[in-house]
Design a protein around this ligand. Sequence first.
Ligand code: SF4
Length: 931
Amino acid sequence: MKDVLKTLSNELENRDCFFVFPSEVVASFWRKKALSLTRRKAVRSERFQSWDTFKENVFSRKREEKPVNRRIRLLFTASLLEKNNPHNPIFSYLINPEYADSSKAFLKHISSILPSLGTPSVREILEGNSSALNLEEGQRRDLLLILNEYRKFLKENSLFEPSYEKPDLNRLEGKYYIFFPDVIEDFLEFQSEIKNCPFIKVIETGEAPLAKEQKTLSSGGEKGRGGITFFGNVKKEIRWVVNKLRGLLDGGVRPQQIAITVSEEEVLNLLEAQCSLYGIPLDIRKGRSLTQYPAGRLFPSLSACHASDFSMSALKNLLLNRHLPWKNRQPGEELILFGIKYFCSEGAQWWIHNLRRMGEKKIEVYFRKLSERINGLFKAGDFKELKKEVDKFLSAFLDTDKWDEKSLRILQTSLDLLNELISDNEYTGEQKIADPFGLWLKAIEERIYVEKPDTAGIPVYGYRVSAGVYPDYHFITGATHQFTTVTVDRFPFFREDQKKGTTMERSDFSDDFLRLYSLSGKNLYFTCSGEMSSGAQLPPGYFVSRDMVFPYRDEDNLYGKDLFATEERIWLEYEGGKRSEENNPCFSPVQKEGFLNIEKTAFRQKDFDLTRETIVEDHLNEIILSRLSEEEGNLTISHSAFELFRSCPFAYLLSTALEVEEQEWNVFYYDPRIVGQLTHIILRELFNKIKELHGFFLPGSLEEYMETLEQVTSECFTEWERKKPFFISPIWTDVRKKTMEALNVFLKAEKEAFPDWKVFALEKTISLMDEEEKLKLTGRIDRISERDGQKALIDYKKRNPCKRDVLGKELSPEEQKNHEPPTGFLFEIPPQTLQLPFYIYISEARAERIHRASYYGVDDGKYVHIFDDTGSGGWADRDKIDTLVSYTREKIYEMSSKIRNGDYRTLAQNDSCESCSFRRICRNKFMLRLK
Ligand code: SF4
């Protein structure tokens, strides 16, 4: 940088002297820096210009004409592609005529090649000797067609493309210094004119001095220039950078003396997150596409809704986006909940069909209005009409006054782009554009937006634009080989093999940039990591070949000084209220805030923790008990409540007494519960028919039952489709087919397991009252069959439970005998399900002796008999089933007693936690390690 400093010191007083830098960021940096080099209080801003501004000045020969811009190029390209219709395609090489109706996809590519298509060197190839670059005839014809149409368009509209003009250096007044031409991608094209111009002096980037002493430093890059520090992963790297920044700021360095250059988005996001934790202000000058900001995502979301015909996922992205200032969020959420329940994944007509079927008038009106407004955006014939449609959408659904200033600025920039398109299109004679919204969206995506910082902070730049600045401290982070590779292909419309060996070959600026960055700061910190979310990374070849990569070894124990690494110690030293925010001056603002919050919440004396202690307040127990009891005051326990309590009493309390439910926002295409319900209904109806036909299941009538099954299945599906949720057509058709097949298998299994059994009861609700205990047990049995006065309980399942889940594993008689204190039934592994023993208990307590109990697994296609007195065998004999029933009884009364005593304690390590829907609100999974 010596040359820059020397030139500026010498020439700043010369008012006719101008300084040209590769980017506006660097020009602006030196504009400010120059003042500190001299005693001047001010300097004319145009004396420090970027290369692009310099070109505009020397190329704008035709002052009366207007330079073309990106939007106008898009407009021209869109109208040109309109002409490439499938009946009469105008392109034969660039766009395959077979895909002419998809020409829109080439909008971005063709508009991006326009600036280089008419440069003198390319023009010469296209218009001159056809053998140059071995161009194919179709290729040359298509490129010439674009070029000629574009030039005609420019001429008709008094426009000019700056890169098509030869520089008019004679127009220059004064003396010009051009710095760092090695990183200016199109400098070579003008090199000969510039070299011959006596008013211009070119200052090349010097060689970065190699700091051999660097190798002796434990954490390379520590003192200076030349080396790169290599971390294991990007999180460590950013933490190191942030700790360094904190050290500098704490040491009195001003944020403006520091600069950070980030190579890519992941590094920037991590840096932002870490700096906000430490309260380090950043001034992010790395631009992002408008659509990368939450507010800027509105228009792509609308486009996705239209393109997917209002698919569930597109509507969810739009309507559940809490960043958008909805006038009324509720109807949108109701629409999504309806869609989730009714599997609305098949487009607008499917939504309407389902909403009508279910009589949801209000939601239907909302959906129609929403889809009409969104479709209106895409029906707009021109930009003016589009603007009206955008206004209509915004005023119908959003209240932009609720938006914060940042979001409003993003929205306003997007709307400004639409206004600019309107005036550009007027200027160019109202081009016919088939898809104005699509073109506007393209312009929004291409617009790079830099946020205005709220506070003065450390400037953060993107890689490339900051090459050539010279702050006191410069961190170049995420500088991996991949992210510091800079190749420029200015002529993408020629193939690589065609450009080989010519000046048009893709140019590699990677080393030039790294060399310049190696000079861009008094103290430089190059860092990169071996692991990033994009995969394994390597340090740049530039440093590897110079033997200047220094793996990070935590010898200076920087993490030991890290506020967050030492936080654990601070918590352990916490002495109930004595350690307050003032006692911890080393806290970052976020930590202070967190500490104050935890004092009010987790550290506050808890009222109660029902996973660990019982409820002692009688009035609370009474309230809970009343919620769990029927009107007469009897505690009601169903089989499902019983099983839930067994797996976790606290989950039972939340679900049954407090009726806490998790709102499901995920979209599914299939729900096994619906298939299960339908199967139960079909089996009920089938046995009703069998009861009507014969009263018994007659094995000889299997054929007849199969026909009956088909008829019943069809009726049940039709009835279900009238008012119940069902899946999108291919899945639903498949469910229907598979259900039919599965139930045909069932009939064969039934013939083997229950021949000549009478259908005694279907879906029977049974109950048992214990007046003394004020306890009522209830259950619903899928089927009770009877033969020769012997009864069988049958429960249909998706899959049969295994023997161990039904019978458990008992303690040996010896262990039982020696158990202290002696108790009823002890299992080494208790049964997982006690459903049939629960029903047997109720039935037999009502003097209804049960002789057989079976599960039928629809997916397994077979019965399992958990016990069988009728002689066919089963998993358990009568004694064993009596043991299970007694065990069930014991557990029921234990549950009743615990509920009455307010005891919902659960194990800290509960197997059910893994699949529990209360995980997010249950404190049992949190462990606070306090002194
Ligand atoms: S997360 Fe575990 S302890 Fe908490 S309610 Fe669920 S099952 Fe019970």
